[in-house]
Every structure is written in structure tokens, then in C-alpha cells.
Design a protein around this ligand. Structure first.
Ligand SMILES: *[C@@H]1O[C@H](CO)[C@@H](O)[C@H](O)[C@H]1NC(C)=O
Length: 400
């Protein structure tokens, strides 16, 4: 009896051990074991060429420690990994390239930095992220591990960076031979999200997930509110007003659109401020400031609703001017900031395209309604002047 209980207790342990061995055999993040002085907060299995990247991003120091792991495409070949602040391909990459040492021989590796400006590797030289502690070694199953520490201090760009990596077949006199042009080689690029996993988030993986989730929520809330609802509400106000039959209706549509938009927008804004406070290493000053201005002006518009003079009041004209100019400013700044935010988050192109499509739809609607409005106004003017002429000719207006 006691023995079978013991077996039951041990069964899950045995299963766990087996699965750990499976992943170890498969390579990738889970299978890599570094020596004690090399530990990383995060790891990502890169989607091509069987490569993986382990990293620790120290926000305070602005330092990124990496271990890139990949097997050369043939024995004696090379591996490379880089960040590209200028684009998502090879051109512009700031790369670490590891080649078998030509001098040392016997399993020694050299790591050099390349500021790649085109589709040739060029000469080794300094890169935009000053590199230190460069080293490489041969790990399990022919995989090469490339270690380095990059200083990101002077880099004011996004927390999401483009990374590229590559493997090649041979090295002649220290010069890496060109890599293959197969689909996998050409598609070896991905995003690296520095803030998802950071030193501070290393204690629990959930910390990174929470940040990622918060950012998505922040993006969606703001895009829907400031980016879609408010412009829609403005369209209601400007164009429905012309139709006399829609007279009080346009006002309620406008007010509800803007109130809902503002409500959702404020929660989106609050998540943004919260994200800003959580990320103490990188601040997106412009995005943050535009966000604060948009929020302040939006709040002003809500007050304006309650401080609105009566239609006949002599100050109503000034109120209208103020309300319209602040309203359009909020919309323009809001949309600008949404695009800025999408760049910061490195959102996929299809989301950008979708948002541009929504804006185009709103824009086309506005242009059509603008034309309809003008034609109605012109018609109305004509009708009015006819009435006036008839009256001045001494005839009674037709419809009286
Ligand atoms: C990298 O190369 C580009 C273009 O050739 C140059 O503008 C840039 O200053 C170089 N960066 C470094 C760190 O040398």
C-alpha cells in the first residue's frame, strides 16, 4: 500500500523529468543550460533557422545582455545576430558575428561587430549599441552560443526593436562567406520586445505578460475612443445639423458619441500613464505629452458642454469658435498620437492598415456629406433669394 502511494506521488515527477528531457533534446530556449555566471531573464525561440535568443534588459543601466544560440549551416561556418534600429532587414543591422578563430584554432571563436549598411557585410567596426564582453563558444549539438552586452543608453527609440539573425556555411581568412538565399534565411527576422521581460520582471514571468496585455488594452481603448468615436461624433455634429428633420437628434448623437468616447478615452489614457510609470528606463516623452494635452483639451470640451450659452446668446458665436477649434485639435492630436503609439508598440502592419482604412472611411463619409451639405445650403440660399426678389417685386411669396 505504502509503496503504491509512493509510486503515485512520484509519477508526476517522473513525467516532468521526461518532458524536460524531451525539450532539452529539441534544443531551443528550454534546452540551453548556461554556466552559473550567465543567466538570462528571458528567452525566445526565434521562428527560423532553429535559433534562440536569451536576454536580460536592465532598464536602469540601459544595458542589454544577450546570448544568441544557433548552429552554422555547415561545420566551420558562422552565426550572426543583430538589432536593426533602421528597418527590419539586413541593411542597417548592428550585428554580432561569430566565426571560428583563424589564429587560435582548436574550438576558439571570434566575435566581431558589424555596422551593416547594405546587403554586404562590410568591415568589422563600431556599432550603434556599444558592445562589450563579446565571446562565443560551441554548445550542444553543434550550436554556437554568442554572448555580448549592448549599451542601449544613447538609444532613445522604441522598447520593441527589430532583430535579425543568420547562419552561414564557411569562413575564409576570417571573412564569413555569404549565407544561403533560401526562404528561411531571408525570413530570419522578428521583433524583440525589451520591456516584456526585464530584470525587474524576471522574478515572475507573469509580470511581463501583464505589461504586454496592458499595452494592448491601452492601444485598443485609445484607438477606439480618441481615434474613432470622437471623429465620428464630430461628423454627426457637422453634417446632420444641416438636415432640419434631424435637428435635436444630431445633438444627442453628438453628445453621446463624445461622452462615451471621452469615458473610454480616459480609461485608455489612465492605462497609458500607468504604463509610463511602470517603465522607468524608457520614456516616450512626445507620446506622453501629446496624450496629456489631448486629455486636458478633451476634459475642457466636457465642461464646455455644460457652460454652453443659449443659441440666441451674443456669446454663442465665440463659444462655437472655441468649441470647434478645441474639438478639431483634440481629433488631430489624438490620431497623431495613435500612430505614434503604434510605432512604439511595433504593432503588426495589418492593424495599422485596419486603422488607416477606418480613417479613410470616415474621411470619405465626411467629404460626401460636405458636398451634400453645400449643395443643400446653396439650394436653400437660392430659394430664399427668390422669395426675397418676389417680395420686393411687390408679389406675395408663393407659399404664403
Ligand atoms: C553605421 O553606418 C552608417 C551608414 O554607413 C553611418 O551613418 C553610421 O554613423 C554608422 N554607425 C556607427 C556607429 O559607426
Amino acid at each position: 500500500m505504502a509503496r503504491s502511494v509512493l509510486a503515485l506521488l512520484l509519477l508526476p515527477l517522473a513525467a516532468m523529468e521526461a518532458s524536460a528531457q524531451d525539450t532539452a533534446a529539441a534544443g531551443g530556449c528550454a534546452g540551453e543550460a548556461f554556466s552559473a555566471n550567465r543567466a538570462y531573464a528571458a528567452c525566445s525561440d526565434l521562428p527560423r533557422l532553429g535559433a534562440s535568443l536569451h536576454w536580460t534588459y536592465d532598464r536602469g543601466a540601459g544595458e542589454l545582455s544577450v546570448a544568441f544560440v544557433a548552429a552554422p549551416s555547415a561545420p566551420g561556418g558562422w552565426v550572426a545576430w543583430g538589432l536593426n534600429p533602421a528597418g527590419d532587414g539586413m541593411a542597417g543591422a548592428q550585428a554580432l558575428v561569430a566565426v571560428p578563430s583563424s589564429s587560435g584554432g582548436g574550438g576558439a571563436w571570434d566575435v566581431r561587430t558589424y555596422n551593416i549598411s547594405g546587403y554586404g557585410l562590410g568591415e568589422p567596426g563600431p556599432i550603434a549599441f556599444p558592445a562589450s564582453d563579446l565571446a562565443a563558444e560551441l554548445g550542444a549539438e553543434g550550436r554556437v552560443r554568442v554572448f555580448g552586452r549592448l549599451s542601449m543608453a544613447s538609444y532613445g527609440g522604441a522598447g520593441v526593436l527589430n532583430q535579425v539573425w543568420q547562419v552561414g556555411p564557411a569562413v575564409t581568412y576570417g571573412v564569413p562567406a555569404p549565407h544561403a538565399m533560401a526562404g528561411d534565411n531571408l525570413a530570419a527576422k522578428a521583433k524583440l520586445d525589451l520591456l516584456t521581460k526585464t530584470t525587474t520582471a524576471a522574478a515572475s514571468d507573469a509580470g511581463g505578460d501583464t505589461v504586454a496585455k496592458k499595452r494592448n488594452i491601452h492601444g485598443v481603448l485609445n484607438a477606439v475612443s480618441w481615434g474613432i468615436l470622437l471623429p465620428m461624433g464630430a461628423i454627426f455634429a457637422r453634417y446632420l445639423k444641416t438636415f432640419r428633420s434631424a435637428d435635436p437628434a444630431w445633438f444627442y448623437l453628438h453628445v453621446s458619441c463624445q461622452l462615451i468616447g471621452y469615458g473610454v478615452g480616459v480609461s485608455g489614457w489612465a492605462t497609458g500613464i500607468n504604463l509610463g510609470n511602470m517603465s522607468n528606463g524608457i520614456t516616450y516623452t512626445l507620446h506622453r505629452n501629446i496624450g496629456i494635452i489631448v486629455f486636458a483639451l478633451g476634459t475642457l470640451q466636457i465642461f464646455a458642454l455644460f457652460l454652453r450659452p443659449k443659441k440666441e446668446h451674443k456669446y454663442r458665436l465665440y463659444w462655437n469658435m472655441y468649441h470647434h477649434s478645441v474639438g478639431y485639435t483634440v481629433i488631430i492630436l489624438g490620431i497623431t498620437n495613435i500612430f505614434k503609439g503604434m510605432t512604439i508598440l511595433g504593432v503588426e502592419q495589418r492593424w495599422k492598415t485596419a486603422y488607416v482604412a477606418v480613417l479613410c472611411l470616415l474621411g470619405v463619409t465626411a467629404v460626401i456629406l460636405e458636398a451634400v451639405t453645400w449643395s443643400m445650403v446653396v439650394k436653400r440660399r437660392k430659394a430664399e433669394s427668390k422669395t426675397f426678389n418676389n417680395a420686393s417685386n411687390g408679389h406675395l411669396p408663393r407659399h404664403v
